[in-house]
Design a protein. Structure first.
Length: 132
């Protein structure tokens, strides 16, 4: 596990901190981590963004690929663009489930806001995801 993280530029010190925050990542195989890296690259994350996202949010590595796929597909369906920039700005978005984002948007729509305005607001201020 450590070797693949080192390959993408994460230091031993950071890896130790990641393991403290999410002990389960010690048990992950190289293939599991490679899948998570590939998911980020599919969203057009460059190497620096991949390193930033993973080193900032070790919990992402422990999420199921299925849950991450649902989240990303939901965000795309709702109209979120430039997911690489959004996730680099707030990597903890990857810890959310698809239904949590849908519920948040539905509540805002019930207050009279338009979907495109909500998505634009959330895209320009990624820390709004912390309200979810």
């Amino acid at each position: 596990m450590e070797e693949i993280l080192k390959e993408i530029g994460i230091s031993e010190n950071t890896i130790s901190q990641m393991e403290e925050l999410c002990p389960n990542i010690k048990e992950l195989s190289k293939e599991e981590i490679e899948k998570k890296i590939e998911k980020l690259k599919e969203m057009k994350c460059d190497d620096i963004q991949v390193r930033n996202i993973i080193s900032s949010n070790a919990i992402y590595l422990d999420r199921s690929v299925t849950d991450v796929d649902k989240l990303i597909n939901t965000m795309k369906d709702l109209g979120f663009d430039n997911l690489n920039i959004l996730l680099d700005g707030n990597p903890y978005i990857l810890n959310l489930d698809d239904f949590e984002i849908k519920n948040y948007i539905t509540k805002r729509e019930e207050k009279g806001e338009l979907l495109e305005d909500i998505v634009d607001d959330m895209s320009t201020n990624p820390f709004l995801f912390e309200e979810i």
